[in-house]
Design a protein around this ligand. Structure first.
Ligand code: ADP
Ligand code: MG
Length: 254
C-alpha cells in the first residue's frame, strides 16, 4: 500500500473548483514536489490529505488515503491521530503554528504528549532531543525560549522539530522556505533532505518555486487550476517540460 493515495480528488469552495480531479500516489520514503503558481490549488490538496476541510463548508469528493487512514471516512478521533502523529505538516509561517506566549520546547512536548502517552518529563526530554536533531544549538537551553526569541530560520527548524516529535511516516511541508532568505532556505532544504535519509519518512513538498522542489524531491507534479498538467521524475519534467506553463514556471520562456 502506498503512503499516500489520492484518487480523483475534487475540492469546491462554493462555485470555485479549487481541485478538479487530481490523482497521485506517494510511496513510503519517497518525496513528491507539488508545484504551481499561487492559487493553483496546492495548499487545498495538502489540507485535504489531513482532512482539514471537514466542517468548513468545502465540498470534497474522491478518495484520499494517508498512512492507512481513509481520510474521507475517518472518525474525528482517527483524524486527530493521523495529524501530527503519522502525518505532520509544516507551514510557510512558523509563527502561525506556534503560540507566542509559551516556550518552544513546551509546545513540542505538548504535541508529543497528545499523541504518545508520555510523562511530562519524558515529553520535555523528547522536545530537547528533536530540537537538537534539527540543529538548534544548545537545545536544552533554547527549548525554554519563546518563538519570537528565535530567528526565522530557527523557528522553521523548531516547527520541523515539532513535526518530527512523533516520528511521522509523512511530512507535508507547505511553502516551508518561502518566507526565508536564500541562504537560510538552502539550510532548511538540506535539513529536510538529511531528515528524510535518517528517518525514511515520505515528503510532500508544496512550493510555487520549481527550483526549490528540483533539488529536494524525486518526482514533481505540476498543478494548474486544480489539475495536474505534468507529473513525473524531476529530470523528465524539468529536462523536457511538455507544458508551456511548466516552462514559464521554470523561467524558460520570457
Ligand atoms: P495555492 O496553495 O496553490 O496558492 P490554494 O490551494 O491556496 O492555492 O487556493 C486554490 C484556490 O482556492 C484559490 O483560488 C483560492 O483563492 C481558493 N481558496 C483556497 N482556500 C479557500 C477557502 N477556504 N475558501 C474559498 N476559497 C478558497
Ligand atoms: Mg498555498
Amino acid at each position: 500500500m502506498s503512503l499516500v493515495e489520492v484518487t480523483d480528488l475534487t475540492v469546491g469552495f462554493g462555485p470555485l473548483s479549487a481541485v478538479d480531479g487530481l490523482s497521485f500516489r506517494l510511496e513510503k520514503g519517497a518525496a513528491l514536489g507539488l508545484v504551481g503558481e499561487s492559487g493553483s490549488g496546492k495548499s487545498t490538496v495538502a489540507s485535504a490529505l489531513l482532512g482539514l476541510h471537514r466542517g468548513t463548508g468545502a465540498v470534497v469528493g474522491g478518495a484520499v488515503r494517508v498512512a492507512g487512514t481513509d481520510v474521507q471516512r475517518a472518525s474525528d478521533d482517527e483524524l486527530r491521530r493521523l495529524r501530527g502523529g503519522k502525518a505532520a505538516m509544516v507551514f510557510q509561517d512558523p509563527l502561525s503554528s506556534l503560540d507566542p506566549y509559551y516556550a518552544v520546547g513546551d509546545q513540542i512536548a505538548e504535541v508529543y504528549r497528545v499523541h504518545v502517552k508520555a510523562s511530562r518529563r519524558a515529553a520535555r526530554a523528547r522536545a530537547v532531543e528533536v530540537l537538537d536533531r534539527v540543529g538548534i544549538p544548545d537545545a536544552a537551553r533554547r527549548a525554554r525560549s519563546r518563538p519570537h526569541e528565535f530567528s526565522g530560520g530557527m523557528r522553521q527548524r523548531a516547527l520541523i522539530a515539532m513535526a518530527l516529535a512523533c516520528e511521522p511516516d509523512l511530512l507535508i511541508a507547505d511553502e516551508p522556505t518561502t518566507a526565508l532568505d536564500v541562504t537560510v532556505q538552502a539550510q532548511i532544504l538540506d535539513l529536510l533532505h538529511t531528515l528524510r535519509e535518517e528517518t525514511g519518512m515520505g515528503l510532500l513538498l508544496v512550493t510555487h518555486d520549481v527550483g526549490v522542489a528540483a533539488g529536494s524531491v524525486d518526482e514533481i507534479l505540476v498543478m494548474r487550476h486544480g489539475r495536474a498538467v505534468e507529473h513525473g521524475p524531476v529530470a523528465s519534467v524539468l529536462g523536457a517540460p511538455g507544458e508551456t506553463y511548466t516552462q514559464e514556471l521554470l523561467g524558460a520562456v520570457p
